[in-house]
Design a protein around this ligand. Structure first.
Ligand code: NAP
Ligand code: GCO
Length: 264
């Protein structure tokens, strides 16, 4: 029988106090995993713990900035001591800055690359040695439509997410022989705090132009929800995907396949 169970596994989801990370961690808990997450602010870790508790999930939260290698190494060591070796890592923590490239400062560009690309490198590097010792591991990198497509104002984010797609393939290439599978999930446009500015109602109560654009570009004719990502994430975290490696699974309602609906 195909094994989608995560019973007895330790899943570490970065930046999972809310949003997509919270949904993925919830799905993993429902499949039997022990949940560990981090955030950069103590108050958000507390908020996340309360939200998990409300769902009956006994998660453990740590204050840790994924760009700080010392903090990450110490947090992973603490997790291994307090919870157990990490079987599943989801590199979910990420930011976006929507600024025309010629107006973006180098510091702003670097900050996005640091969190969205260097962060996944730092956290993956911290968990791989124990995965090798244990003889298995799952690393899931949260990529994006911008791993494949560009758009105005998101140069740093697209560069980071394009790099994250190739980091995914490289971890697959370098660690596949240790029974470590590294895959990506490429969410389409998902309704979370990160995309809230793109869905804000206009002063006259009409939909944001970008909101209407995305609905017209998506065959499913709707924004995705974090819940749409839960099943694909459990699949990639489970033994059911042990021969799937270096792949980015786009969960986008069909955007990447579709030229878009003709404007009426
Ligand atoms: P979100 O609502 O903005 O949540 C991002 C999470 O990452 C927050 O908990 C945030 O904590 C945390 N974080 C940010 N910087 C961090 C750092 N240095 N160390 C640790 N945690 C950090 O975003 P989301 O929409 O859930 O997106 C989650 C992931 O999916 C991101 O990688 C994003 O790029 C990707 N994604 C999103 C969409 C979408 O349409 N929403 C689509 C494709 C891909 P703070 O609140 O403290 O900053
Ligand atoms: C944007 C959006 C997108 C989504 C996502 C799409 O400004 O274009 O924020 O980048 O976050 O990455 O997959």
């Amino acid at each position: 029988m195909v094994n989608f169970s995560l019973e007895g596994k330790v899943a570490f989801v970065t930046g999972a106090s809310y949003g997509i990370g919270f949904a993925l961690a919830t799905a993993f808990a429902e499949a039997g995993a022990k949940i560990v997450f981090n955030d950069i602010k103590a108050e958000l870790v507390e908020k996340g713990l309360a939200a998990y508790k409300e769902k009956g999930i006994d998660a453990k939260g740590y204050v840790c900035d994924v760009t700080n290698e010392e903090q990450v190494q110490a947090t992973v060591a603490q997790i291994e001591k307090e919870v157990g070796v990490i079987d599943i890592l989801v590199n979910n923590a990420g930011i976006i800055k929507r600024i025309p490239m010629h107006e973006m400062t180098a510091a702003e560009f670097r900050q996005v690359i640091d969190i969205d690309l260097n962060g996944p490198f730092i956290v993956s590097k911290a968990v791989i040695p124990s995965m090798i010792k244990k003889g298995h591991g799952k690393i899931i990198n949260i990529c994006s439509m911008m791993s494949e497509l560009g758009r105005e104002t998101v140069s740093a984010y697209a560069a980071a997410k394009g790099g994250l797609k190739m980091l995914t393939r490289n971890i697959c290439s370098e660690y596949g022989e240790y029974n470590i599978q590294c895959n990506g999930i490429g969410p389409g446009y998902i309704a979370t705090p990160q995309t809230a500015p793109l869905r804000e109602r206009q002063a006259d109560g009409s939909r944001h132009p970008f909101d209407s654009f995305i609905v017209a570009k998506t065959p499913a004719a709707r924004w995705g929800t974090p819940e749409d990502l839960m099943g694909p994430a459990v699949f990639l975290a489970s033994d059911a995907s042990n021969f799937v490696n270096g792949h980015v699974l786009y969960v986008d309602g069909g955007i990447l396949a579709y030229i878009g609906k003709q404007p009426q």
